[in-house]
Design a protein around this ligand. Sequence first.
Ligand code: ADP
Length: 494
Amino acid sequence: MPRPLNVLFVSSEVEPFAKTGGLADVSGALPQVIQQMDNEIRVMLPRYGCINERKAKLHEMIRMKDITIPAGKEHFAASLKSSFIITAHSKVQVYLLDNPHLFGRQGLYVHPETKKDYPDNDIRFTFFCRGVLEMLKHLGWQPDIIHCNDWPTGLVPAYLKTLYKNDPFYKDTRTVFTIHNMAYQGIFPHVAFSRTLLPRELDSEDGVIAFGNLNFLKAGLVYADAITTVSEKYAEEIRSSEEYGCGLQQIVERRKNDLTGILNGVDYAVWDPSVDEHIPQRYDIKSPDLKFENKRALLERVGLPCEASVPVVGIISRLADQKGFDLIGELMDELMKMGLQLVVLGTGEKKYHDLFEKAARKHPKKVAVALRFDDDLAHLIEAGSDMFLMPSRYEPCGLNQIYSLRYGTVPVVRATGGLDDTISEFQASTGSGNGFKFARYESGDLLKALQRAVGVYADAPAWRKLMKNGMAQDFSWETSAKKYIQVYRSLVRK
Ligand code: ADP
């Protein structure tokens, strides 16, 4: 029996505390499963102003003024709150690192109204990364592994390999850095380097500087002991091309022997129509017809007429260039001729808000849009749609297509990253496959994939087979958690 590992999981988003995208889902679910596999895992995130103290059941652990963290020219007072992620099978300790001046704001990274990055994000996440290491020492809890996620945590490995190199407390601590999205790198003008207080030798293109700027993601890639990313396909993509590697492909390539692709899993306690508390009608693979009640409810909620023969295409997404909405923009007129309905939930770039709002105004019986973050509606769209559309330009893993499978909502996707790893084209002749996909980033190819989907939808027995293929699949976290533990074990003393 291998010894249990102590793991600190560090993330800037964790369900149910703070979420803008899939990172939060992963950070809320994966630690539970690693804990259930007989390890001691704790989670740390910033204590944002949007986290409600009462709802999140926060308790004071280490008081203000007890500790200060240097960042730039200042020392910021740091305190620690604690809470738990509690489920039927596990209880995971969560720490929230607090400095009200830096984190007592509603947004995580951007101002909610202006949508602009906070101008002091470098200081905020410098404080966070350094604060993680200082707080552990105050807690006296020595992790074997610090598992860092995405750019906001990228300086942790760099600090450990430099300022804390000779610190006996961290003698046996190793780091894993997971890339959830290579396009968000935490890039700051060169002057920000001095604010990190990292040693001068890192101030170079061999260190944490990329193309003349401070780059948090690069710091993680260079200094972590192991690197993972969230699908096998994306692991290949980010080291083989400028487009996917976003300028850092050579660094990833250099570290290819330390890089593992591990597909994200699904928390089926949250995303499964047989237990989903957000939907009016529960159902499962034995009762797929009951799904229709959710379609009716969804269309009523968003104000569209309900017609069984008209397929409903759902979209739930950050409205960002990554997600392929320019292809939908090019096709909108064609789509409206196809006899389908479109339900869109998302927030993000104004040009996409305008695109979908305009379509909804022009086609009030065919298009409904909700331009906000709404977890409740997200569940109803999963349950009430017939198809789920993700034509992403790139997609590290993608979660909604995997959620859709369990809901019998057939994914139509572009073959990239995790979308390619999880979705296979339906073959009417053999009855195999779980969705529809297209390879080239071309609106004509997306249109053809949707036409194939609509064609099969009209063939009720074939569609039912397709739905059931997806509903039968199991993407629970256990398989992936075992792979993470393997990575952890490859780094620690036995
Ligand atoms: P990404 O991490 O790139 O945003 P993923 O598909 O990995 O994409 O994860 C997206 C997660 O965020 C899913 O849980 C999805 O339901 C959720 N989500 C995205 N936009 C919204 C929104 N406007 N309202 C509710 N949930 C959303």
